[in-house]
Structure formats: structure tokens, C-alpha cells
Design a protein around this ligand. Structure first.
Ligand SMILES: Cc1cc2nc3c(=O)[nH]c(=O)nc-3n(C[C@H](O)[C@H](O)[C@H](O)COP(=O)(O)OP(=O)(O)OC[C@H]3O[C@@H](n4cnc5c(N)ncnc54)[C@H](O)[C@@H]3O)c2cc1C
Length: 273
């Protein structure tokens, strides 16, 4: 379905500002921090006051409705202010508003009260995962659910907890950050938080994690481990080939020249080149 783009304007921003003193987020009635990764329109015009417009995606809600989702205009300003400002957005002059935007506020339990297996320190066999631990995001919630679920299972079977290291997986970074540093704003997992991000790649996720999943009995097919083992063996084999094989200038230089690469002067191991 066609999806359109429009922009707010200085006039729209001025109209929205009229409602700031009635906004619980601005007049101090709510003290929580908004998620900095999906700010409301009032947050945007406040925090990025040098911008005279913001992009809005005009998304149809479905085939059988004339409703439009105004993506980029999330707001908790008073209804009359939202209505007045929306009318001033180019293209929206004749719009009708079905319902106003709103904000939600939620609390969380400081994740420093958790053990590394996501069990609460205070209540044995109570495991916490997701937003309750101060995170935001689908993947953040999903990965904690996985870890809390399997650790709850291990716990009631008196087995050792399953803890991923920071060098094993992003999940390890996330849980280590939460438990050891805590968070005072909605936590998101960024690659920049991981000091091992060069190692934590999707192309080696199977090598890093499949053996661990197998040990836990979480693989649905024995073949998956076999395939990963074959991949590791093949990679080692190729590496050994490059370590053991020498290349001779007589054989290789014509080819190197043809691909505009520097030529070699003497025999060297392929791996060195
Ligand atoms: C409007 C909006 C847009 C978002 N967009 C994105 C996005 O684009 N990408 C992204 O990654 N994240 C997004 N998020 C964040 C993401 O949705 C949440 O961080 C994530 O879903 C949290 O998952 P959760 O399982 O921790 O909590 P929830 O999904 O909130 O699950 C908690 C569950 O507990 C239930 N519950 C509460 N109290 C009780 C009780 N007493 N008894 C029993 N059940 C109870 C609730 O009904 C709910 O089903 C968005 C959030 C919002 C609000």
C-alpha cells in the first residue's frame, strides 16, 4: 500500500509548545526518563530545537480502513493541542482524529538485585526477564526470557546455572551490564557496548553457541551440531592449506598483475600473503 511522507513545520512546533505547561512529562508530574531511542514529538522539538521540521511517515493502518498511523508524532500533549497541531501539518488540513496519542509510564526493579542467571537475589526461584529489568526492546526482552526460562529449568533440576560470558554473546554483555552496572534509563543493547564486538558476529554465532545449546539439550536436531563441527573442520582445513602451501612468483605474479595487486619477489607462504 502506498505510504507517504510529510513534515512538521515551525508553525506546528509553536502550536505544540502551547501545551507544554499542561504536559505531565514537562511540568514535573512524571519524573521518569523517556526512551531516548523513540522520542515523542514534544521531546524532539525540545531536544533538537535547532531543527525546524521533523519527518512523519503517513502509514495506512490496513486495507479496510481509512485510518492512518502518524509515525513520528507520538505525543502525550493535551488532546486539543495534538488536534490543532496535526491540522497544521501539510496534507493533514482536512484530517479527522480518531483518538489522541498517549504516553505510558512503567517502573522496573533495579537489575542489580539479580544473580547472573536472572534469579532474584531476594526470592529464590523467582526469575525476572525483560522490561521489568529496565530494558526496552523486543530482542532485549526475548533473550532474557530465553535465559531466565532455561535457568529456571536448570534451577529446579539442581543443575549449574547457564551464564554466557561477554565474549560469548551479546546476551552475555546485556546481562553482565544490567546485573553489575544497573541502569537508570531504558537499556538497549548496542554493538558499541560489547568490547568483543569484532568476535560477536552472525557468521560465527553457530560456532560460538551451538555446542553450548547442545550441552543444554536445546538442539532439536543432532544434525545441527554435526554441521557446525563440519564447518569448523573445513575452516581449519583451509587455514592449514594456506599455512602449508607456498606460492611462487613464477606462478602467481601474472594473476596478481591481472587483478591490480602487488606482486611478490620470492616464494612465500600463502597465509602470509
Ligand atoms: C508503542 C511501543 C512501541 C514499541 N516499539 C518497539 C520497536 O519498534 N522495537 C522494539 O524492539 N521495541 C519496541 N517497544 C518496546 C518493546 O515492545 C518492549 O520493551 C517489550 O515488548 C517488553 O517485553 P516484556 O516481555 O518485557 O514486557 P511486556 O511485553 O510488557 O509483557 C509483560 C506482560 O505481563 C503481563 N502482566 C502485567 N502484570 C501482570 C500480572 N499482575 N499478572 C499477569 N500478567 C501480568 C502484561 O499483560 C504483559 O503481557 C515498543 C513499546 C511500545 C509501548
Amino acid at each position: 500500500m502506498p505510504c507517504h511522507i510529510t513534515y512538521t513545520s515551525q508553525e506546528v512546533h509553536d502550536t505544540l509548545k502551547e501545551g507544554f505547561d499542561r504536559s505531565p512529562m514537562f511540568n514535573g508530574r512524571i519524573q521518569g526518563l523517556g526512551p531516548r531511542y523513540c522520542p515523542s514529538i514534544e521531546d524532539k522539538i525540545n531536544r533538537f530545537s535547532d531543527k525546524d521540521r521533523h519527518q512523519l511517515f503517513v502509514e495506512p493502518e490496513g486495507w479496510d480502513t481509512c485510518e492512518i498511523y502518524v509515525n513520528g508524532f507520538s505525543s502525550s500533549l493535551p488532546e486539543d493541542v495534538q488536534y490543532k497541531a496535526l491540522k497544521k501539518v501539510p496534507g493533514f488540513e482536512n484530517m479527522k482524529m480518531f483518538r489522541p496519542g498517549y504516553a505510558i509510564e512503567y517502573d522496573y526493579f533495579p537489575p542489580t538485585q539479580l544473580n547472573m542467571n536472572l534469579e532474584t537475589k531476594l526470592v529464590k526461584n523467582l526469575f525476572f526477564a525483560g522490561q521489568i529489568n529496565g530494558t526496552t526492546g523486543y530482542e532485549e526482552a526475548a533473550c532474557q526470557g530465553l535465559m531466565a526460562g532455561l535457568n529456571a529449568h536448570l534451577s529446579i533440576h539442581d543443575a549449574e546455572p547457564f551464564i554466557l560470558k561477554r565474549s560469548d554473546a551479546y546476551i552475555g554483555v546485556l546481562i553482565d551490564d544490567l546485573v553489575n552496572k544497573g541502569t537508570n534509563e531504558p537499556y538497549r543493547m548496542f554493538t558499541s557496548r560489547a568490547e568483543y564486538r569484532i568476535l560477536l558476529r552472525q557468521d560465527n554465532a553457530d560456532i560460538r553457541l551451538t555446542p553450548l545449546a547442545h550441552k543444554l539439550g536445546m538442539l532439536n536436531m543432532e544434525q545441527r551440531l554435526e554441521r557446525v563441527q563440519a564447518k569448523i573442520e573445513n575452516a581449519n582445513h583451509i587455514e592449514r592449506f594456506f599455512e602449508d602451501t607456498s606460492v611462487d612468483p613464477i606462478h602467481i605474479n601474472t594473476f596478481l598483475e591481472s587483478i591490480d595487486s602487488s606482486q611478490i619477489k620470492q616464494k612465500i607462504k600463502a597465509k602470509k600473503y
